[in-house]
Write a protein that binds this ligand. Structure first.
Ligand SMILES: Cc1cc2nc3c(=O)[nH]c(=O)nc-3n(C[C@H](O)[C@H](O)[C@H](O)COP(=O)(O)OP(=O)(O)OC[C@H]3O[C@@H](n4cnc5c(N)ncnc54)[C@H](O)[C@@H]3O)c2cc1C
Length: 326
């Protein structure tokens, strides 16, 4: 059977090097394609968790660009259009079917973990969890609301990334359950970029991104890619907006090869209750002469490593890797 795929092989996996060499590459309609035969390959799956009320919004355009660009690569693209789904934002006992373990003192985390183990989470949640399991990349597309995600997307995070399914005390950060998956925040802002600089009125965007990128995504193990930020989109001229969408499309072509952002390795910490899950004395000693903290959060009272949550390559990367590998 002859199977056609686009040459950007990001979306073809399970293809051996030998087979890749035998791929026949040619151009067709200005798009490069490859033909191969005989071996089963699987398309990569991408989940776009999308939160905007309006199909005429820039966020809608950005999510549509991603769907098109990824499908062109041969990816399977799943979209969770949260407002269209009327996705429930509140984490409540309604998320659990059957009897609660402790109805007198309802604890959402404990109850949903038990329900997940016993297959008693509601369909709305299990369907999203199935999409997460299938996806190798998750794109979160949203307008920045109050320095964070809109409530409906926070509800998706609270309810879908439940204990047991997405994390446990044994499986967190770089030992996280989703360590083989990638995630990226793609969002628009009302404010312009300079307002999110360290001397801007809103403060440093790296600090604003830390809770979502470290506290949610890296905590669950995701390799977090550089955020795609569309600054002050409503005040951007139309031609520039179109160019920004083109740049997003171009980025998606190479997204599988991107280096993720730097986070502190779990190996740097004493992962015991006695040790308080804090940096080990040896690491602290080594860090004592470093010019910057390890990450935006692990700043150790030192200057923040510049661009830690916005750039995978930054001037402090050597310092971080020095500490992590020694
Ligand atoms: C509750 C709330 C909290 C907020 N908190 C913050 C905050 O903390 N920080 C902050 O900075 N901002 C904040 N904002 C502002 C918010 O982030 C912006 O309003 C939002 O990011 C704009 O994105 P949008 O998709 O809605 O833009 P839109 O207004 O939908 O789009 C911008 C422009 O792009 C045009 N457009 C649509 N499609 C295309 C296309 N295909 N090609 C070219 N142009 C196109 C639209 O017609 C429009 O002219 C907040 C807003 C709300 C409501």
């Amino acid at each position: 059977m002859l199977l056609m795929q686009v040459v950007n092989r990001g979306c073809i996996r399970g293809v051996s090097t030998a087979l890749r060499r035998s791929l026949r590459v040619y151009s067709q309609d200005s798009r490069k394609s490859v033909a191969y035969s005989g071996t089963h390959t699987m398309a990569k799956t991408v989940l776009i968790v999308y939160a905007h009320q309006s199909p005429t919004s820039f966020n809608s355009a950005a999510h549509k660009v991603a769907v098109e660009a990824l499908k062109e690569q041969g990816c399977k693209v799943l979209v969770s259009d949260l407002y269209a789904m009327d996705f429930e934002a509140s984490a409540t006992a309604k998320d659990i079917t059957g009897d609660l373990k402790n109805p007198e003192n309802f604890q959402y985390g404990d109850e949903t973990m038990a329900a997940w183990q016993e297959g008693r989470l509601t369909k709305e949640i299990t369907e999203e969890q199935r999409k997460v399991e299938e996806a190798e990349l998750i794109i979160f597309q949203f307008p920045l609301y109050w320095f964070s995600v809109p409530a409906i997307m926070k509800g998706w995070i609270d309810r879908v990334l439940s204990q047991g399914f997405a994390f446990s005390l044994q499986n967190m950060y770089d030992n996280g359950i989703f360590k083989d998956k990638k995630a990226v925040l793609s969002f628009t802002t009302g404010a312009m970029e300079s307002m999110f600089m360290s001397d801007g009125i809103n403060g440093d965007i790296n600090i604003i991104l830390w809770p979502l990128q470290n506290g949610v995504l890296h905590f669950c193990g995701f390799q977090v890619l550089e955020p795609q930020i569309f600054w002050s989109i409503a005040h951007t001229p139309p031609a520039v907006r179109i160019a920004l969408l083109d740049a997003w499309r171009a980025r998606l072509k190479g997204i599988w090869a991107e280096k993720p952002l730097s986070f502190a390795s779990s190996a740097l910490f004493d992962l015991s209750f006695q040790g308080g899950f804090r940096l080990t004395p040896e690491v602290k000693e080594k860090l004592s002469t470093a010019p910057y903290g390890i990450t935006t959060g692990h700043h150790m009272g030192k200057p923040l490593p510049p661009h830690n949550q916005t750039k995978a390559e930054n001037e402090t990367a050597t310092t971080v890797s020095d500490v992590q590998t020694s």
